[in-house]
Design a protein around this ligand. Structure first.
Ligand code: SF4
Length: 351
């Protein structure tokens, strides 16, 4: 059976059209699914019984089931381990900020990219997530907390740009005003740097309507040599190719670029690293301002043997960047008392 939550409103309209139904039915059913969040077709009371039965013959309404939830006593961050229909596990994180809530969601089961500091990649990539499975992670968080999510980061397990078609479908669904209606400007896609896909994303919508989502690049090193030691993808694309692609994204969309930089003690956190990073990221934002560098003190992952720098070392790195005119922020360590690093909870469940 297919998951009806995988369908965009347009795809739903096409399906209903093939049943001989009027186009406005798509809007009604989409709202039942993505705004009112019904769990069965019978709850769609303004839809005829015949149509409800027909839909139920072909589709299910998918749902992510939380197998485990860890709640931070420090800040209320919730980390979810979800079990999918096929028995796969993925993780999602609900983060509470002062004025909004952010959902960090996964795009694949596991990840093939092999970044050394990441637990999600230890068993490789098992499969892509569907658009519905991405949305369901957010819906499950809202059901559990009773609070609305307004910002989404696709930064959990998986490389979203390698699941491109489903990612596009998910963004279409989650930003649709007849459903959840999250503004595209509040959606951030985080990539380890798949250069052709960055160009493709930049050119979505043609010359008329650019994709207004934010792009974050997992950079993690200021030179190709160092990056290759941390991230196998660096064997494929150089930093100069990557920064060109990111500039192109900025030129097309004018969305601010973010560069993620996991600080690993003794590997990429020296004053020279900061200087090289600042040089690399010069002119990556609007005139008079720079791109933003998110510094993430790495969560130690036993399997990778990587160490976390001290708070002072992180501050020194940030200050050095700022001396060169680059904005840096040390990521607020939400949920530091729970299994913070991406993929750790899932790994434990397999252990
Ligand atoms: S950091 Fe992201 S891209 Fe790299 S292995 Fe982990 S999930 Fe994959």
């Amino acid at each position: 059976m297919k998951d009806i939550l995988d369908l965009t409103k347009k795809e739903l309209a096409d399906t209903l059209g093939s049943y001989g139904e009027k186009p406005y039915r798509a809007k009604q059913i989409f709202t039942w699914l993505h705004q009112r969040r019904v769990t069965s077709f019978d709850q769609m009371t303004d839809i005829s019984k015949t149509l409800r039965s027909k839909l139920a013959e072909e589709y299910v309404i998918g749902a992510c089931r939380a197998d485990k939830v860890q709640i931070s006593k420090l800040d209320g961050t919730r980390k979810y381990l979800y079990r999918l229909e096929d028995g796969s596990f993925i993780e999602g994180v609900f983060m509470r900020y002062r004025d909004w809530n952010t959902a960090c969601i996964s795009s694949q089961v596991g990840c093939a990219m092999g970044c050394r500091f990441c637990a999600s990649t230890i068993n490789g990539c098992e499969r892509d997530l569907s658009a519905g499975e991405m949305a369901e992670q957010i819906y499950a968080m809202e059901d559990d907390t009773g609070e609305a999510v307004s910002n989404v980061v696709i930064m959990g397990s998986g490389e979203p740009l390698l699941n491109y078609a489903n990612l596009m479908r998910f963004i279409d669904i989650i930003s649709d005003g007849d459903g959840k209606g999250i503004s595209k400007r509040n959606i951030t896609v985080s990539t380890c740097g798949i250069v052709p896909a960055i160009y493709k994303l930049a050119d979505e919508g043609g010359d008329e309507e650019h994709m207004q989502i934010n792009l974050a690049l997992s950079l993690h090193a200021p030179t190709d040599e160092k990056r290759r030691k941390l991230m196998p993808i660096a064997e494929k694309y150089t930093l100069s190719e990557l920064t060109e692609a990111m500039k192109h994204y900025y030129d097309r969309t004018h969305r601010r670029l973010t560069f993620e930089y996991a600080l690993v003690s003794g590997e990429n956190d020296t004053a020279q690293d900061a200087e090289e990073l600042a040089k690399l990221l010069r002119n990556m934002g609007p005139a008079g301002s720079s791109a933003l560098v998110n510094l993430i003190p790495v969560n130690p992952v036993k399997e990778s043997g990587m160490g976390r720098p001290t708070r002072e070392a992180c501050e020194a790195f940030k200050n050095k960047l700022e001396n060169f005119g680059i904005n840096g922020s040390i990521r607020r360590e939400l949920g530091s008392d729970i299994d913070g690093a991406c993929g750790q909870l899932r790994m434990k469940s397999h252990a």
